[in-house]
Design a protein around this ligand. Structure first.
Ligand SMILES: Cc1ncc(COP(=O)(O)O)c(C=O)c1O
Length: 388
């Protein structure tokens, strides 16, 4: 239809998988939903007063916008990084209403129409839409699995063209749950510096290490030889996606960083999308994050331990891929091959809802993704039903 833009000419028909899920839910049979990842619907205990009380700050009666976000909120974010051993000043931060908005600001900062950004595969699928909306082209660089996930640097280098402006790293990655280690970080930074590319690092799951002994190292720590933008926000850190607050932390060589922040300030000033009550509440929520994080971590670690236990008893029917952090796990279902896709069959025949690996760019048909924060009983019943 000529009236609308080609950038929004997406295929919007229902996929066979979506149709199978809809039919399963409408059937009245028991459905085991192993995809729930909305923390506000997973049975965690939120302290209503601690969440809603700070929204009643009378200072919100006055409109006094700062394009980069209120200083008190940016200082709270800086304290969050101090807790991770990183020195970040409030001046290095720009607040946004979501990590998605942060990506969009960065695409507009770094790219002209038709420029390219490299993104790992498998990874978070929302990037495709974000890139379309900002007229940016995504090129995938593969991760490969060998007792854990690794960046294929040969393919990454091969994907770079004169139009490549940035590399996106999700740390830890969703859905593979692996960290980008120090050696990989150094190689990425050297590559970006050599080719004049920026590094965009999405750390929304940074606080959710599934191994008690592994301390996560934020890309906010250490030196930054290339312009680096670290993204995070409240949806995972404090389990409050409905409050719509996130940020960009800018690092890198001083003059480039200053220029990036100056330009980002104008992008943000154009929208002024943050609201006052949420910004005033951010310090209280961030400073009190331990209570919800403890519950989420306990759930995720418990579910992972259960999956591994079931896998060990399954005579090879269930395989749990190595996962170090985050809210999801990639599992292999050995018996789930055939004409019809695995996730579609599970929904249709067993009422078990999982995400197909192809959502995230995984080629292997028998690989599916499950949420680790779903209720423990539902998870165990569902995974046992999947391999029955
Ligand atoms: C890797 C990654 N980044 C960002 C987000 C979304 O964050 P926000 O709610 O701040 O847009 C998600 C949500 O699942 C995610 O998995």
């Amino acid at each position: 239809m000529g009236r609308f833009s080609t950038r929004t000419s997406w295929e919007t028909g229902e996929s066979r998988y979506a149709s199978a899920v809809r039919t399963a839910r409408a059937s009245g049979r028991r459905v085991y939903d192993l995809t729930v990842s909305n923390p506000t619907r997973c049975g965690f205990e939120y302290d209503a007063e601690a969440v809603l009380g700070p929204l009643r700050d009378a200072r919100a009666l006055v409109y006094d916008p700062d394009p980069r976000g209120m200083e008190s909120a940016r200082e709270a974010v800086a304290r969050y990084y101090a807790g991770h051993g990183a020195r970040v000043s409030a001046d290095q931060l720009v607040l946004t209403t979501s990590t998605s908005e942060s990506y969009s600001y960065l695409f507009r900062l770094l790219c002209d129409a038709g420029d390219e950004v490299l993104v790992a595969q498998p990874s978070y699928p929302l990037f495709n839409y974000l890139a379309d909306l900002d007229d940016v082209r995504l090129r995938a660089y593969p991760l490969f699995y060998d007792h854990g996930w690794w960046t294929d640097f040969t393919e990454l280098e091969r994907a770079i063209t004169p139009r490549t402006r940035a590399v996106i790293v999700v740390h830890p990655n969703n859905p593979t749950g692996h960290w980008t280690g120090t050696g990989e970080r150094e190689r990425l930074e050297a590559l970006c510096a050599r080719h004049g590319m920026a590094l965009i690092v999405d750390e929304v799951f940074l606080d959710y290490s599934l191994r008690e002994s592994t301390a996560a190292r934020s890309f906010a720590c250490g030196e930054h030889p290339t312009p680096t933008f670290v993204l995070s926000g409240l949806s995972k850190i404090v389990g409050l996606p409905q409050m719509k607050a996130a940020w960009i932390a800018a690092f890198g060589p001083v003059s480039e960083r200053a220029e990036a922040l100056g330009r980002l300030e104008i992008v943000a000033d154009t929208f002024l999308s943050m609201n006052a009550p949420v910004q005033l509440a951010m310090a209280s929520w961030l400073d009190g994050r331990a209570a919800i994080q403890a519950q989420i971590l306990e759930r995720a670690r418990g579910n992972l331990a259960m999956l591994r236990r079931v896998a060990a008893e399954s005579a090879g029917l269930l395989q749990v891929l190595e996962v170090e952090a985050g809210w999801s796990a990639v599992v292999g279902l050995a018996g789930c091959v055939g004409e019809v896709q695995c996730a579609e069959r599970l929904a249709r025949e067993r009422g078990v809802i999982v995400h197909p690996g192809w959502f995230y760019g995984m080629g292997a048909e028998r690989l599916v993704v499950v949420s680790l924060i779903a209720a423990a009983g539902e998870m165990e019943a569902g995974i046992r039903r999947a391999i029955e």
